[in-house]
Design a protein around this ligand. Structure first.
Ligand code: GTP
Length: 355
C-alpha cells in the first residue's frame, strides 16, 4: 500500500524548537519523530510513502533519502503551503496506484498505536470514499467532534463546542480511495477538515469512521511533545525505531551522565549532552550537547541543541531554544519558552528558608 505523509506545517506551537528543525524531524526518544512513524507504517504493511513537504522541505530528503525503515520514499514540495487537502492533492502526483486503490494519509505529528490494517479493511468492506480513524477522548470540548451513525458512517464534522454530541474526534489518519484524492481541487489551499470531508458528506459519499481508542497523541504542543518522547522511552507505545529497549531513561551514545545524577521518568539525554553531579532530569528531552549543571533540576522540559542550565537552576515544563543559557539559580516554570541564543543572567536574589 502507498501512503502520503503530511509534513509541511510550520509547527508554530512548538516554536522555538521548530525555528531550526521542522516538527516531524525533532528528535523524539532519540531519533527523528518520523522514524517512529515510518517504522510503524512499515509494520502495518505500507511499502511506499510520498512526503508532502513545504516548510524546510529540503531537510526531509536529507534525513531519510530514497528508502528508510523498510519503506520506499518520494518527496513532493509545494511552492506555497496548500493546507492539508491541497497538500494531499499535490502529493498524489507521485502515487503509482490505480483509481480504486486505498491510499493511507498520515499526519506528521501524530503518534498512534491503532490497527491500520483494520482501518483499511473497514474502508474496503464499506467501499468508502474515505475512512477516518476516530479516537474517543475524555474532554471532547477541546476538539472538533465527529459523530457516526449505527452503520459507522460519519454524519457530520462539528467545530469545537462546549457541549459536544460525541467524544469521538478526528485522529488525523485517513484512508482515501485514490479517485477521491483526485477530486480535490488542484493548486489552491484546501483543508480536508473544513472543506473536503464536509462536502463529501453533503454529497452523500460514503465516509466511514473507524473508531479505535488505543494509544494516540498529537505531539503539536511542547507538553505533548515531551509526553510522546517519554511514553516511547517508557514503552507505553512500542516503536521499532527506538534505539534500545524501553526503560526509565534513554541515554544516547556520547552523552555524559554523572554517577550521582538522577535521570528517569522516560527522560532522553542526547549525544554529547551532559548531566552533572547532583542534577536531576525527569521526563525531559535533552537534545545534543545540552548541559544540565551541578545540582540543577529539569522536569518535563525540552532543552535545544547546546542549551545550558546553570548550577542549581530549576526548570519545570519549559522549552529552551538551541544554545539558550539559563544562569545559576533561576527558576522557570509553566510553559515558559526561551528563544535560541538568549542568556538569562544568574539570579541576583538568593532565596533562603527565612526569605
Ligand atoms: P501548528 O502551526 O503548531 O498548528 O502546527 P502545524 O503547522 O504542523 O499544523 P497542524 O498541526 O494543524 O498540521 C497537521 C499536519 O498537517 C502536520 O503534519 C503538518 O505538517 C501538516 N500540514 C499543515 N499544513 C500543511 C501544508 O500547508 N502543507 C503540507 N504539506 N503539510 C501541512
Amino acid at each position: 500500500m502507498e501512503a502520503i505523509l503530511l509534513v509541511g506545517g510550520q509547527g508554530t506551537r512548538l516554536r522555538p524548537l521548530t525555528v531550526s528543525t521542522p516538527k516531524p524531524l525533532l528528535p523524539t526518544a532519540g531519533v527523528p519523530f518520523l522514524a517512529h512513524q515510518l517504522a510503524r507504517a512499515h509494520a502495518e504493511g505500507v511499502e511506499r510513502i510520498v512526503f508532502a513537504t513545504s516548510y524546510r522541505a529540503e531537510m526531509f530528503e536529507a534525513a531519510f533519502g530514497a528508502r528508510a525503515h523498510g519503506v520506499d520514499l518520494a518527496y513532493v514540495t509545494e511552492d506555497e503551503p496548500l493546507g492539508t487537502g491541497g497538500a494531499i492533492r499535490n502529493a498524489a502526483r507521485a502515487l503509482t496506484c490505480g483509481p480504486d486503490d486505498p491510499v493511507l494519509i498520515l499526519n506528521g505529528d501524530v503518534l498512534s498505536g491503532h490497527d491500520v490494517r483494520a482501518q483499511v479493511k473497514l474502508h474496503e468492506q464499506a467501499d468508502a470514499a474515505v475512512t477516518l480513524h476516530l479516537t474517543e477522548v475524555d474532554d471532547p470540548s477541546r476538539f472538533g467532534c465527529v459523530p457516526t451513525d449505527d452503520q459507522g458512517r460519519v454524519t457530520a464534522f462539528l467545530e469545537k463546542t462546549p457541549n459536544p454530541v460525541t467524544n469521538q474526534i478526528n485522529a488525523g489518519c485517513y484512508v482515501f480511495r485514490r479517485s477521491a484524492i483526485d477530486a480535490i481541487p488542484e493548486n489552491r489551499v484546501v483543508s480536508v477538515e473544513r472543506e473536503t470531508f464536509p462536502s463529501l458528506i453533503e454529497s452523500g459519499a460514503t465516509v466511514m469512521g473507524y473508531v479505535e481508542s488505543g494509544y494516540w497523541l498529537d505531539v503539536g504542543t511542547p507538553e505533548a511533545f515531551v509526553r510522546g518522547s517519554r511514553d516511547l522511552v517508557l514503552g507505553a507505545l512500542t516503536s521499532p525505531a527506538m534505539p534500545g529497549e524501553p526503560g526509565e531513561r534513554l541515554v544516547l551514545t556520547g552523552a555524559d551522565v554523572a554517577p550521582d545524577a538522577t535521570v528517569g521518568g522516560g527522560a532522553t539525554v542526547g549525544a554529547g549532552a551532559v548531566v552533572e553531579a547532583g542534577a536531576t532530569v525527569i521526563g525531559s528531552v535533552l537534545l545534543e550537547e545540552a548541559v544540565v549543571a551541578e545540582g540543577a533540576a529539569v522536569r518535563d522540559s525540552v532543552l535545544g541543541r547546546g542549551a545550558r542550565v546553570g548550577p542549581g537552576a530549576v526548570l519545570d515544563g519549559v522549552v529552551l531554544g538551541d544554545g539558550a543559557v539559563v544562569g545559576p539559580g533561576n527558576e522557570l516554570r509553566h510553559g515558559l519558552r526561551v528563544w535560541p541564543g538568549i542568556e538569562l543572567p544568574p539570579t541576583a536574589v538568593r532565596f533562603s528558608a527565612d526569605t
